[in-house]
Ligand binder design. Structure first.
Ligand code: SPV
Ligand code: MG
Length: 309
């Protein structure tokens, strides 16, 4: 056997076996969302999107329910099972070597469903989870349709069950407030956010689908800052980053932008191939094949072959 064998610690996705690194991720994420500097959390839905975001320099990733469901062929209304979600999250964590915040919808049922998911995700090395106060099955917040809320008391019980089930106290349980989505207004959103923090939530994700940030800023002005505030400004995307900072909002989730940009690129390349009758004119519309091999770290395989073969 080659003498380097015992010290070779660079397998594909090798951080996954390194529990010290995973707890570093959790601690890093915890500080990122509490820090004075704004953090951008980039969406990822598979290994490629996770690696591209990590290489680009994002410090944390959002495992989006919408995009992970979409790439699996499901609509974002609890059609995808929680076990499927957990398996896809494992791929994102393994491929990115970054803290991953997971969208667990409404916990796929009651407190009991949610605490099982928390156990699995914290065991996998996720940095945290977002759980939303809507009823199962839930509908994506940006889609017109029923957006009914869970009672405050039972959602607080769900949060407590998650806190008791997490395998590491650094694993963040973020309560997502859907009061604005369900048309209840800022007062209800504040009541809920305060109740969820009293129940122990580590942060609040306030969801809105207005074309401007006015209602989230109205919330932020009255928020007691008991916990960090996270936003996914998909529908009010023109708002400037400095405005979030001015309202004490430190974590911005780019919730679906990897998938939507990939869709645009795919549409363009499909149209171009059909328009030109082949792949001869694509040029920079596609990455060189070597870039794919580089992203998937075939170099590591070659190094490992020298040691193990
Ligand atoms: C997701 O990315 O799945 C989200 C954010 O929950 S949103 O789609 O904007 O509700
Ligand atoms: Mg979602």
């Amino acid at each position: 056997m080659n003498e380097q064998f015992p010290t070779f610690r660079e397998p594909y996705g090798g951080h996954l076996a390194d529990s010290r690194r995973l707890s570093d991720h959790r601690a890093a994420f915890r500080s990122l969302i509490r820090g004075s500097k704004q953090v951008l959390i980039m969406e990822a839905h598979d290994a490629i999107s996770a690696r591209i975001a990590a290489r680009a320099g994002f410090q944390a990733l959002w495992a989006s329910g919408l995009t992970m469901s979409s790439v699996a062929g499901y609509r974002d209304c609890s059609e995808m099972s929680w076990t499927d979600l957990v398996n896809r999250v494992a791929i994102v964590i393994e491929a990115s070597n970054r803290p991953v915040l997971v969208d667990a919808d409404n916990g796929f049922g009651n407190f009991n469903n949610f605490r099982i998911i928390v156990q699995r995700l914290s065991g996998l090395g996720a940095a945290g989870v977002v759980v939303e106060d809507k009823l199962f099955p839930k509908l994506n917040s940006l889609v017109d349709g029923p957006q009914d809320l869970e009672a405050i008391g039972s959602f607080c019980g769900k949060i407590k069950a998650g806190l008791d089930a997490r395998l590491d106290p650094e694993f963040q349980i973020i309560a997502r407030v859907e009061a604005l989505i369900s048309g209840h207004g800022v007062d209800e959103a504040l009541d809920r956010a305060h109740a969820y923090c009293e129940a122990g939530a580590d942060g609040v994700f306030l969801q809105s689908r207005q074309p401007t940030a006015n209602e989230v800023f109205a919330f932020a002005r009255r928020w007691n800052r008991a916990a960090p505030l996270l936003l996914a400004p998909t529908t009010f995307s023109a708002t400037m980053p400095s405005e979030y900072a001015a309202h004490g909002i430190g974590a911005i989730i780019c919730a679906n932008h990897s998938l939507r940009s990939a869709m645009r690129a795919m549409q363009n390349v499909c149209a171009r191939i059909l328009a030109t009758g082949g792949i001869h004119a694509l040029g920079d519309d596609v990455v060189p094949i070597a870039e794919l091999f580089d992203l998937m770290d075939y170099q590591e395989l070659a190094r490992a072959q020298k040691i193990y073969e």
